[in-house]
Design a protein around this ligand. Structure first.
Ligand code: PMP
Length: 425
């Protein structure tokens, strides 16, 4: 029996509300989430679904967490927002302090952006301005590798995979960047050489290399050897190019290291974080950089970084981010991520038997089943929901990155649902 209230919401949603990568009016019928607690979403007409997505990498502690709720409430009673021009406040300062302490050594300065895409915009602007300040404005292109994803605003779109179907529409309109081939999963010297040569050949016009370290997320959920990051670090140092790591998806423990850069034991010149920064509670991201980058900018004709969004350093988001980081670091987060990794490896091994499955891969709290065809998203989602699980497949992928607090039984349910989705999709 359809619920008239929910039916009306869905009608209004279809008529008026854009969804990510969606048409207008809407064609798909989204599920209506009524509330969320722990690792469960309460969904109209379906009861509780175990969340296999952490709301796109972000809700690492699960939903409605008492500690994060308390941090938000406490801050709400003090102030929810003030402008950041000419004013500062403890939540932003303490968050910057925490980020500097926990990040790879040498990243000392923090720009508090309001979304992942903006943090990438800021990162790229920092790099462009650095070279401009040093009198080398011709160093204004970015090098990245194919298969990447860095956000939906203009500069980030220009460094997304050009053939990935995400932003191909804008070819010829976006700034033209330099692309290396996508990294293979295992280390291959010939590919390392390709990277070195591409950096060297274009160094005169390159401001920076920007990559997602170890895991290419929304561009295809591919993993690669951390050794390529060292190749990039060395090539960038040898040829005067800055190195930017986009850790928006990989940050805060997801890959089994606090930041994926740690797998290669190196520090990029600039690093972007977002998503799990607030435990998925509020929209906040950050761009960190080294003193070299900041001092370079300060030496320029325009010695300031001209970026200052209205909601920069939002105290509510910053207070929750501090609480989320304390929650993460106050527990044996690595043991939890390793436990999830083991559960995903075991549970997803069954997917290898599913016809049409091309690859199954697991790293940290990330599990991916890749098919040999485009997933029928509606059929795959239906199959997962029938198992009591929320996952959101895309392209040829059914994947999961559960909250770190997911218990073993719920994890087994998620892996069963991913296998079912792969079978039906
Ligand atoms: N970079 C990476 C690696 C991402 O995964 C994302 C989000 N999917 C972004 C940037 C953009 O972040 P946001 O959606 O918060 O703008």
């Amino acid at each position: 029996m359809p619920d008239p209230h929910i039916e009306e919401l869905l009608r209004l949603d279809r008529e008026h509300v854009w969804h990510p990568y969606g048409p207008m009016p809407g064609r798909q019928q989204p599920l209506v989430v009524e509330s969320a607690a722990g690792v469960r979403l309460r969904v109209a007409g379906h009861g509780e679904l175990v969340d296999g997505m952490s709301s796109w990498w972000s809700a690492i502690h699960g939903y409605n967490h008492p500690v994060l709720n308390e941090a938000a409430r406490g801050q709400l009673d003090r102030m929810s927002h003030v402008m950041f021009g000419g004013l500062t406040h403890e939540p932003a300062v303490r968050l910057a302090q925490r980020l500097v302490e926990m990040s790879p050594a040498g990243l000392e300065h923090v720009f508090l952006a309001d979304s992942g895409s903006v943090s990438v915009e800021v990162a790229l602007k920092m790099c462009l301005q650095y070279w401009r300040s040093l009198g080398l404005p011709e160093k204004r292109r970015m090098l990245t590798w194919r298969g990447g994803y860095h956000g939906d605003t203009w500069q980030p779109m220009s460094v997304c995979d050009p053939e990935g179907g995400m932003h191909g529409l804008w070819a010829g309109v976006l700034p033209e960047q330099v692309f290396a081939d996508a990294p293979p999963s295992a280390y291959e010297e010939s590919y390392a050489e390709h990277l070195r040569q591409t950096v060297e050949r274009h160094a005169h016009e390159l401001a920076a290399v920007i990559v997602e370290p170890v895991v290419q997320g929304a561009g295809g959920m591919r993993f690669h050897s951390p050794a390529y990051l060292r190749v990039l670090r060395e090539a960038c140092d040898a040829h005067d190019v800055l190195l930017v790591f986009d850790e928006i998806a990989t940050g805060f423990g997801r890959t089994g290291a606090l930041f994926a850069a740690e797998h290669a034991a190196l520090t990029p010149d600039v690093m972007c974080v977002g998503k799990a920064l607030t435990g998925g509670y509020l929209t906040l991201a950050a761009t960190l950089c080294t003193p070299r980058v900041a001092q370079g900018i300060s030496r320029g004709e325009v010695p300031v970084l001209a970026h200052g969004p209205t909601f920069m350093g939002n105290p509510l988001a910053a207070a929750v981010a501090c609480a989320s980081i304390d929650l993460l670091l106050g527990q044996d987060w690595l043991a939890e991520v390793k436990r999830i990794e083991a559960g995903l490896r075991e549970g997803l091994s069954a997917a290898r038997e599913v016809p049409g499955v091309r690859d199954v891969r697991v790293l940290g709290a990330i599990g991916v089943v890749q098919l040999d065809h485009e997933v029928d998203i509606a059929a795959a989602t239906r199959a997962a929901v029938a198992e009591g699980v929320w996952v959101r497949p895309f392209r040829d992928l059914v994947y999961t990155m559960p909250p770190y607090v997911t218990g073993d039984e719920d994890l087994a349910r998620i892996t069963r649902a991913v296998c079912a989705a792969a079978r039906e999709g």
